[in-house]
Design a protein around this ligand. Structure first.
Ligand SMILES: *Cc1c(COP(=O)(O)O)cnc(C)c1O
Length: 448
């Protein structure tokens, strides 16, 4: 496989803070240190330690607003699993976006900040009765049902919630193979999510819900995967959903909504070229209008569920270098004080990341490096291949951009390494929004 981060891009462009892989407030100070939200990486590291996830608050708020504007007329649900914290979902709420949760735990965060229930949608491919009851009890706006077993569970739960005819969507597996890593492609036939379209399962589920009238079927849902850079997969999925919908609309069913899920990709390296939200919105709007006209049915209200595309670019992880090993004729390994416990995406999805020196300037020539962690696993890689100045040494601060989504939320404690804090920066000030885990926290869980 060609190495994605091969050094074909000129150094000046690679390091450029305006290349779309850094948060919008990123600059450099007179010492060559990275500045985020008006605070230098050096100050952030001194105050909060490393590793640390830095959350650029203005960048996050602006991106929420940008999606809201670009997708005017859509319901925009922030997918909370990308990065869930009370502070973050408060910002989501303030920006007027809605929220997608998929477990009772994520719902608990929404409840903790009194996120308006009608703007919450609940997902999950194996929701327990307790989770469904918690969702009904809070009065969430939409439940996306994933299986016949779940339809049964939900129907049985309805009586204790009189007056509530729960609004549901049915998750359809449309048979589109998204152009992304196999672990995050979710709409081809051979996977666990939803009702299959080709087998007729999805149509059967629609008929069943319409027939017994216990649940209010608002429409169909599809989520084709994650980190998708083009538009073809979304277009194919929308067409298939619309064709299925039209069969029932022609017979008099309303199905007023259509949810196209999330999955919009972001730039992790200068080689990634994501579709801008405005362009994506235009393409989807036009396509849906055209298809509906061709099918002779009304246009449903559209929804999307971006997670990564909102939270991802707002996050930068800062690490301190501990060792540098030059393996002659092979490569240089730069080991940092975190690793696969704070960013498992490289190991899990073969994800590509970028890195830069964050605490000082350097005129040394660039060299190809691999940034690795401190875990006892050869797969413990943070940045597979990128360039750093050849004088990189222990004590240097490094910054890895694009870590705002699926890093803290997928973090774990391998080797009993405590998870880093999330520090929000804005206007030259910083505050912890998720505190650093301590070894005492880990010991407290072990009650034996
Ligand atoms: C994960 C997920 C999302 C968000 O995906 P992103 O790639 O972060 O945009 C949206 N909807 C569903 C159903 C998901 O599972």
């Amino acid at each position: 496989m060609p190495e994605k981060n091969s050094p074909t891009i000129p150094a000046a462009d690679r390091l450029s803070l305006s290349s779309g892989i850094w948060p919008s407030t990123a600059t450099e100070n007179e010492n060559g240190a990275l500045v985020l939200g008006g605070m230098s990486a050096t100050e952030i590291a001194e105050r909060h330690g490393t590793p640390v996830y830095v959350f650029d608050e203005a960048d996050f708020r602006n991106r929420c607003a940008r999606f809201r504007r670009a997708f005017e007329g859509f319901d925009v649900y922030y997918a909370g699993k990308a990065f869930m914290s009370r502070a973050a979902i408060r910002m989501v709420e303030e920006a007027g976006l809605s929220l997608d949760v998929c477990t009772e735990g994520e719902l608990a965060f929404a409840k903790a900040i009194k996120f308006p229930a009608e703007r919450i949608l609940m997902h999950g491919n194996n929701k327990s009765t307790e989770e469904l009851a918690a969702a009904l009890d809070y009065g969430v706006g939409r439940i996306v049902v994933d299986s016949f077993a779940e339809l049964d569970r939900l129907r049985e739960l309805v009586p204790p919630f009189p007056g509530a005819r729960p609004n549901i969507l049915l998750r359809v597996t449309v048979g589109v193979r998204a152009d992304t890593h196999a672990h995050i492609a979710t709409a081809h036939e051979d996977q666990k999510f939803g009702f299959s379209l080709v087998s007729g399962e999805a149509a059967e589920a629609v008929r069943q819900v319409l027939r017994d009238g216990v649940l209010e079927l608002r429409g169909l849902h599809s989520h084709i995967g994650s980190q998708i850079l083009g538009t073809a997969g979304f277009e194919a999925a929308a067409k298939r959903l619309l064709e299925l919908r039209a069969q029932f609309v022609r017979d008099g069913a309303a199905l007023p909504e259509l949810d196209l899920g999330g999955g919009f990709g972001i730039a992790y390296t200068p080689e990634d070229e994501p579709t801008e939200p405005e362009e994506m919105a235009d393409i989807l709007r036009t396509l849906v209008a055209k298809e509906c006209a061709a099918l002779g049915v009304d246009v449903p209200r559209l929804a999307i569920e971006p997670g990564r595309a909102i939270a991802g670019p707002s996050g930068v992880t800062l690490y301190t270098v501990g060792t540098v090993k030059h393996r002659e004729g092979i490569r240089t390994f730069v080991a940092v004080d975190g690793g696969m416990s704070d960013n498992v995406r490289t190991a899990l999805y073969d994800a590509a990341y970028s890195v830069r020196l964050a605490g000082r300037a350097s005129d040394a020539p660039l060299q190809l490096v691999r940034v690795v962690g401190k875990h006892c696993d050869a797969g413990d890689v943070v940045v597979r291949d990128d360039q750093l100045p050849s004088d990189v040494r222990p004590g240097d601060l490094l910054a890895v951009p694009g870590t705002g989504a699926y890093c803290r939320s997928l973090a774990h404690n391998y080797n009993q390494v405590p998870r880093p804090p999330v520090v929000a920066v804005a206007d030259g000030a910083s505050r912890e929004i998720v505190r650093r885990e301590t070894i005492d926290d880990l010991l407290r869980l072990d009650v034996g």
